[in-house]
Structure formats: structure tokens, C-alpha cells
Design a binder for this molecule. Structure first.
Ligand SMILES: NC(=O)c1ccc[n+]([C@@H]2O[C@H](COP(=O)([O-])OP(=O)(O)OC[C@H]3O[C@@H](n4cnc5c(N)ncnc54)[C@H](OP(=O)(O)O)[C@@H]3O)[C@@H](O)[C@H]2O)c1
Length: 281
């Protein structure tokens, strides 16, 4: 399901229970901002975070509970785990008391499988999700997979929580998460590299380096926005700006050659997919 954040207003209107966020770092903090922007009351949120930012600490004045005990929180609708994957094994015992019969646990920890999560929280309704960094500006894309214990209502709640930072896609097969990690999880870095290499190539073609960097950055950002807003697919948008025999065609002859960008990207994504599999164990 594709769910732009701005279509989610009111998603939390019927929420009963608390949303507990574990880890309010870059990704957790972006999600919290998104939830509040969509109208979730800070009173419905508890945050477990050893070093809260001043912004998060300030939300306590609006009713957000910071580092409460499980008994003080009561019924937890969703427990969102946004800590680094390395700390997951040590925190599972501390999280267990927050997980009740009605709780859905959402992990955004890279590489942590549903089986790993079920080991630490036996019997829980679990969702494993992989967001990406544009979540920081509400323009991420998250892929989610749930276990059999997740009810339709829980899935809708998780969809709303994840949609607060961008689009959401659900898959049924967890094995796809390695390729998802390789494509959308790691993908923003590939696009940043594109901007870097375009800038370097522009400088090599004679432009002042600062101007080349400005042009490359604006071109990647503008083309990305055009792709975002257009109903057309990427191939059609590309064809629309390529006149036969023109300058764009000359460049695309190089990029689309047999040994051009496509096989390179295939190798890059295959390498990231394999690495994701290795890290998940
Ligand atoms: N950033 C991304 O683009 C991205 C993309 C996909 C998935 N993810 C996943 O998202 C997760 C978070 O990444 P991030 O970039 O947001 O990392 P981060 O900024 O380091 O955030 C993690 C937060 O969790 C806190 N924390 C550590 N131990 C804790 C504990 N015992 N209880 C509660 N909170 C604790 C950390 O506090 P301290 O600073 O004090 O340690 C930190 O504020 C990772 O698992 C990552 O794999 C991130």
C-alpha cells in the first residue's frame, strides 16, 4: 500500500493505549516528529531513551512520558524499536514487560529478523520494517513484513505509524528484506554518489568545481522531485528528455552500453543483498 504521510491525518483518532518508542535517535526521532505532526498527542507516547535530545525532553511538559516503568505505562498499542541492531539482544528483557496481549512490536533495526525478535519476545505480534534516510524529511519509503500474529487492526496502526515518515509497502515474504535493504535502504547513498560523480565529471569537462557541484546537486534533486510528482515512469521521463542524435542521447549511449550503468547497478545491489544476508546470519 502506498500511503503518503499527508493522507494519514486522523489515523490516530481512535487510538487506545500508548505508543512506546524505544530509541529516539535519528530514525526514531523522525518518526516521533511525524506522529506528532499527524496529530498524535504526546500524552499517547512514551519514549525509552537514555540520552533524550532537548526537543524530546521538552515534550514531557506536553504529557509525553520519558523512561517510565512498564507498570506506569499500562496498555501498549505499539512498541516501536528504533535502537541500533547491536544493542537489541541486551534490551529485549527490559522491553518484555511493555508487551501485552494487544501490543504490536515494530522493529526498524536493520538485519534483525522476525525469528530473532520472536526469540526475545515470544508470542508477540511482530512487524519488521526497513525505512530509509529520506524519512528524516517525511519522504522515506518503508517496507514492512509482519508475523502471523499481527491482526488487521494492528497492521493498520503500524501502517499509520510508518506512513508518518513516507510511503509504506508491505511484503508477505520476509526473504525479500535483504534485497529491499539493498535497494531502498542503502539506495539513498547511491543517489548521493550519482551527484558526486556528476559533479566530478562536470569539473573534468571544464566547469569550476563549485559550479559543477551546485549543478549536479540541483539536477539530482530536481529530477528526483519530477519523478516523485509525475505519473510517468522513469524510463518514459528519460525518453521525453532525449532527442535522437542530441546531447542527452550521446551521454545515454555511454551509460546504457552493455558495460554501462545497468550491469554495474545489478552488481552493486547484488553485493548489498548478499551482505544483508550475511549480517542477518
Ligand atoms: N538511519 C537510517 O537511515 C536507517 C535506515 C534503516 C534502518 N535504520 C535502523 O534504525 C535503527 C536506528 O538507527 P538510527 O540511525 O536512528 O540510530 P541512532 O541515531 O543511533 O538512534 C538509536 C537511539 O537509540 C538509543 N538507545 C541506545 N540504547 C538504548 C536503550 N537501551 N534503550 C533505549 N534507547 C537506546 C540511542 O541512544 P545513545 O545515542 O545514547 O546510544 C540512540 O538515541 C537502527 O537499527 C538502524 O538499523 C536506520
Amino acid at each position: 500500500m502506498n500511503s503518503p504521510a499527508n493522507s494519514q491525518a486522523g489515523a490516530f483518532a481512535n487510538l487506545s493505549g500508548t505508543i512506546v518508542l524505544v530509541g529516539a535517535g535519528k530514525m526514531g526521532g523522525a518518526m516521533l516528529d511525524g506522529w506528532l505532526a499527524l496529530g498524535l498527542s504526546p500524552r499517547n507516547v512514551a519514549v525509552l531513551e537514555p540520552q533524550p535530545t532537548p526537543e524530546v525532553a521538552a515534550l514531557a511538559a506536553r504529557g509525553l512520558r520519558l523512561n517510565p516503568s512498564a507498570s506506569a505505562v499500562g496498555e501498549v498499542a505499539a512498541l516501536v524499536v528504533a535502537v541500533k541492531p547491536q544493542v537489541a539482544p541486551e534490551i529485549a528483557p527490559a522491553l518484555a514487560p511493555f508487551v501485552g496481549a494487544a501490543t504490536v512490536v515494530v522493529s526498524i533495526m536493520a538485519g534483525r529478523t522476525l525469528a530473532f525478535l520472536a526469540d526475545g519476545l515470544p508470542g508477540a505480534a511482530l512487524v519488521r520494517a526497513m525505512p530509509n534516510t529520506p524519512a528524516a524529511i517525511g519522504r522515506g519509503i518503508t517496507v514492512a513484513v509482519g508475523n502471523a500474529r499481527v491482526s488487521d487492526a494492528q497492521r493498520a496502526l503500524v501502517d499509520a505509524l510508518l506512513s508518518a515518515v513516507g510511503a509504506v509497502e508491505w511484503v508477505a515474504d520476509e526473504a525479500l528484506m535483504d534485497a529491499v535493504t539493498a535497494l531502498s535502504g542503502s539506495g539513498p547513498a547511491y543517489v548521493f554518489l550519482l551527484a558526486e560523480t556528476m559533479a566530478q565529471a562536470g569539473a573534468a569537462a571544464g566547469l569550476p568545481p563549485a559550479l559543477a557541484a551546485t549543478l549536479a546537486r540541483a539536477t539530482v534533486a530536481g529530477a528526483g522531485e519530477l519523478l516523485h510528482r509525475s505519473p510517468l515512469d522513469a524510463a518514459t521521463l528519460r525518453q521525453n528528455v532525449t532527442s535522437p542524435g542530441g546531447t542527452t542521447a550521446a551521454a545515454l549511449d555511454v551509460l546504457m552500453a552493455k558495460d554501462g550503468l545497468a550491469p554495474l547497478m545489478r552488481m552493486a545491489i547484488a553485493a548489498a543483498t548478499a551482505r544483508s544476508r550475511e549480517l542477518a546470519g
